[in-house]
Design a protein around this ligand. Structure first.
Ligand code: GDP
Ligand code: MN
Length: 355
């Protein structure tokens, strides 16, 4: 379960991690009751990543600007997720932006603490400059781990670790961890709680916020659909092939924006619904990777065509089609997609267009 920024910050506060003074509102009328001195930072509350880049963070120096910003933010849709709440905070004077997180690293079977002097931006972009400190779960976070961090963030790291453990987090991230007037303060939060532990966290928000609205819609339609950070919509059949496709994109620095697994469906109506959902997520490019085994490629093609005849899709669709009735499917889709035979070339092209 993902928490919204303000919910994560509430936990931070509980654990003694400094956060900016702030308030969450849903209506414009509530702006006038806010007694936080200007300038403000106004932040759309959404679960999808890349909010800042998508325009979901605005600054206001006075009420007039605040009203204008609020109206823009609350009508905004970020990667298909409607903004329902806006967090308003005192704008921090930023001296430095660090990155700090704890994460369950399954491959090393340890907790992984990550720290970087260059936070704020995408973690991927700063991958080489990140300090990785592994924490044995049987021993826990020790002073010698903390001494590798700059002095001013050690106390926060200790508290974040405590939160991470006690709330059964998969991830607890502060990006950026800001230095303002010489003091460290959490300017953002990203918390993911292990769903298997929810039953023992009565205190956590009860709203069904683990899914984005599109993911919820997909769940109702029984379509395996996950929204990710990037801009490339991946449709494939079978979770394995879908994941392999995301991996292939990664090889070419392409970031998946949607994981959509058609499963073994042979039903054109289901395919049509899947495409509808994909279109709503507004990817920059769609990469369709079909492997017809039990599924026949042409029935999938039929569903795609039914959707595309009725709807305009505002991005290119790259299609790699293999397996049963592939020729027929390729013929059918000829006018609608960019066909690429090789998996590798298809991934490369999608990465280019979706970068
Ligand atoms: P994200 O894009 O969803 O990760 O949103 P963040 O809350 O991390 O904010 C993104 C960026 O906006 C930060 O890295 C800062 O550069 C800027 N920002 C956010 N809050 C403040 C603030 O209070 N003061 C200033 N000066 N910049 C801020
Ligand atoms: Mn951030």
């Amino acid at each position: 379960m993902k928490l919204l920024e303000f919910q994560g910050k509430k936990l931070f506060k509980e654990y003694g991690i400094p956060v900016p003074q702030g308030i969450v509102i849903e209506k414009k009328e509530d702006l006038k009751d806010i007694d936080i001195p200007f300038p403000w930072v106004m932040k759309a509350q959404v679960l999808v990543g890349g909010r800042g880049k998508a325009g979901g963070i605005k600054f206001a120096n006075n009420m007039e600007e605040a009203i204008k910003n609020f109206e823009e933010l609350i009508t905004m849709e970020i990667k298909g997720e409607k903004v329902r709440k806006v967090l308003i905070e005192e704008k921090l004077r930023i001296e430095k932006e660090y990155y700090l997180s704890f994460f369950i690293d399954r491959s090393s079977r340890k907790y992984l603490m990550m720290f970087s002097f260059e936070g704020g931006v995408d973690i991927e972009a700063m991958a080489e400059k990140v300090m990785k400190i592994y924490v044995n779960p049987l021993i826990g976070l020790q002073p010698y781990h903390l001494r590798k961090l700059p002095k001013e963030v050690r106390e926060i790291a200790k508290k974040l670790f405590q939160l991470f453990i006690e709330k059964d987090c998969e991830l607890a991230e502060i990006n950026p961890l800001v230095i303002s007037n010489g003091l460290a303060i959490a300017a953002d939060s990203k918390i993911i709680i292990d769903n298997n532990s929810i039953y023992r966290h009565e205190d956590l928000p009860k709203e069904d916020i683990e899914l984005t609205p599109l993911e919820r819609e997909a769940k109702e339609k029984r379509i395996a659909f996950v929204q990710l950070e990037g801009n490339i919509g991946v449709i494939a059949n079978g979770a394995g092939l879908t994941m392999a496709t995301l991996d292939a994109l990664n090889e070419f620095d392409g970031k998946g924006g949607v994981f959509l697994d058609l499963g073994g469906t042979d039903d054109p109506e289901k395919v049509k619904q899947a495409f509808e959902l994909m279109a709503k997520a507004k990817p920059k490019v769609i990469l369709l990777n079909l492997f017809g085994g039990i599924t026949k490629c042409d029935t999938v093609a039929k569903g795609i065509i039914e959707f595309l005849q009725e709807n305009k899709i505002n991005c290119p669709v790259i299609a790699r089609i293999k397996g049963m009735n592939e020729e027929k499917a390729r013929q059918m889709l000829k006018e609608y997609v960019i066909p690429i035979e090789s998996f590798k070339e298809a991934a490369k092209k999608a990465a280019e267009l979706g970068g």
